[in-house]
Write a protein that binds this ligand. Sequence first.
Ligand SMILES: Cc1ncc(C[n+]2csc(CCOP(=O)(O)OP(=O)(O)O)c2C)c(N)n1
Length: 276
Amino acid sequence: MEIYDGEFIRELESIAKRVRRHSIRMIYQAGSGHPGGSLSGTDVMVALYFHIMKHDPKRPDWADRDRFVLSKGHAAPALYAVLAESGYFPVEELDTLRKMGSRLQGHPCMGKTPGIEMSTGSLGHGLAAGNGMALAAKLDRKLYRIYVLLGDGEMDVGETWEALMLASHYKLDNVTAYVDRNKLQLDGPTEKIMSLEPLADKWKAFGWHVIEINGHNMKEIIHATNEAKSIKGKPTVVICHTIKGKGVSFMEGTLNFHGKAPNDQEYQQAMKELAE
Ligand SMILES: Cc1ncc(C[n+]2csc(CCOP(=O)(O)OP(=O)(O)O)c2C)c(N)n1
């Protein structure tokens, strides 16, 4: 049975391209930001907001909505672009990224920006926050689900491992974590700075159901999430193999654009590559 063929997947891919263009334009105009991790996490966020999640941009505080936490908060441009494309606020507002008085600060701020569920940016807290939301859902007998996107470098933060233990201890099967496994962090490869492998075995040992996918393949993201929804009694992690800077040739697989805006020439080239 293949219900995700053709048009539907192409539409998601086209939204993802648009989101990538927004991210690059926003960072270029702001003169600062994190292109690499925004581009690698884009496809998961697009699949979540444009297919998987139950949410209503007109009612960001709807009690039964699914919740998304961008634990790797520096990828905020991609999340803002996804929220704007969904209808949480005008697309034109994206051009105010990192400006004084803007609702779109360098890292997500709850209560300030419609659709932002948790303030993040200081790495390591997102999964713990998502666990809290998931426990609340269980206590209130609500069916909403929690989705959390983590960076792989972010997993160096100890609090993440406490959150892994807590989620399985409390059988939080309403939590799905995604690890943006682009194998690069701020200033080097993850395996050189603080090796994570065997990463899947570690999540398993902490009591999680583990799925590994190509994190740029919409079908795989959707199938993995459907599998996660069917798993009872334990949380699921989807380890998403990705490419830092995905979609812009000279940003792909490099540390150079972890936290640096493109210059004029790089911006023109990137937009050319991301054109429809
Ligand atoms: C607690 C904390 N320490 C350091 C930083 C600075 N910082 C921002 S992004 C980053 C690297 C994160 O790597 P990863 O999670 O792999 O991000 P990605 O490659 O997906 O962008 C660091 C160290 C931070 N934001 N928070």
